[in-house]
Design a protein around this ligand. Structure first.
Ligand code: FES
Length: 161
C-alpha cells in the first residue's frame, strides 16, 4: 500500500509572519523530496527548508534556530533535524529544541543552557571571554513554518508577498 504524502500540521503559533492568506507557489516537484530527505529552495532572499518527515512535509526557513546555519545540509532523523554546525537537534513536528547546541545559550523562554561536548570530544569549560558571552546570550528560537500543500506531483508553499 502506498501512503500519500501530506503536509505536516503547523504547530500552534508558529506560522511564519506574512503567510496567513499568502498565495501558494510551486516550490519543487514531489519527486525531488523522497521520504526522509531535505531540500533547500530559494526565492529572492528567502531560503526554505523542505523536509519529508514520517508525519508529512514541512517548510521552514533553512536557517538553524541557533545561529542560522543551513539545516538542509544537516541530517534528518524521523521528525528531528540535526544542525551541521553545533550539533543542535530540533523537532519539526513540535517546533522546539531536542538537543541544545554545543555552545549553550538561551532557550526560547530565556532559560540558560551551559555548553556541552559530544561524547567523543574533550569537555568544554564554562567560557568567560566576550565571544563566549555572546554565545551564552544567543537565543535558540522556535521554528517558523510556511503552509505546505501537495497538488498532484507538485509541492506548493504559501510565501509572504
Ligand atoms: S547554528 Fe545550528 S546548532 Fe548552532
Amino acid at each position: 500500500m502506498t501512503i500519500e504524502p501530506t503536509a505536516l500540521p503547523i504547530p500552534a503559533g508558529l506560522a511564519a509572519p506574512g503567510t496567513a492568506g499568502a498565495p501558494f507557489q510551486r516550490v519543487a516537484a514531489l519527486a525531488d523530496l523522497p521520504p526522509g530527505t531535505m531540500l533547500r529552495v530559494t526565492f529572492g532572499e528567502l531560503d526554505l527548508l523542505l523536509a519529508h518527515t514520517p508525519l508529512g512535509l514541512a517548510a521552514t526557513d533553512d536557517r538553524c534556530p541557533h545561529m542560522s546555519a543551513p539545516l538542509s545540509i544537516g541530517r534528518l532523523d524521523g521528525c528531528e533535524v540535526e544542525c551541521p554546525l553545533h550539533n543542535g537537534r530540533f523537532d519539526l513536528a513540535g517546533g522546539g529544541t531536542v538537543r541544545f547546541p554545543t555552545t549553550g545559550g538561551l532557550d526560547p523562554d530565556g532559560g540558560y543552557h551551559p555548553p556541552w561536548s559530544p561524547p567523543d570530544s574533550p569537555p568544554k569549560p564554562e567560557p568567560s571571554d566576550q565571544k563566549a558571552r555572546a554565545r551564552a546570550l544567543t537565543r535558540v528560537r522556535r521554528f517558523r513554518y510556511y503552509p505546505v500543500r501537495i497538488v498532484g506531483e507538485t509541492i506548493e508553499v504559501a510565501l509572504p508577498e
